[in-house]
Ligand binder design. Sequence first.
Ligand code: FEO
Length: 163
Amino acid sequence: MLSKTMQDAFSEQIRNEFSSAYLYLSMALYFERQSLPGFAKWMRVQFAEEQAHALKMLDYVVDRGETVTLSAIEKPFADFKSATDVFERTLAHERKVTSLIHNLYALAAKENDYASTEMLQWFIKEQVEEEKNASLILDQLKMVGDKGSSLVMLDHRIGKRGE
Ligand code: FEO
């Protein structure tokens, strides 16, 4: 079993993960409109990863004999200005998610919920990867700029994600 506090906190984080998925789908659609299929594909992989994060957490709650309250997710931001703008938002978003995961971990520790702290270690490590990936692409975008043949080449390479 899980305490009511932990059940509510996990339900909220599951909502956040689905909300992240929706944001990345919005970013994928932006890149489709910009004729940057590689970046669009990267964002579609990210969309799938966020859904997997949500389901991983949901399965854990179910394994503990509890249920999840699903709640509404907000309309995702869509007014992106450039590829660099998208990845600045991606990095900021992942940093925010990292702090949410850390808060959840701190709550589990306060509740002496050792199984939850152990499970959340996976998410803590995953956030290191998430921030690293977004930061690397942002740095590369700053090097190549938001238009021209270098951006097309970077798009081609970014599109290899998941192959
Ligand atoms: Fe589920 Fe991108 O963190």
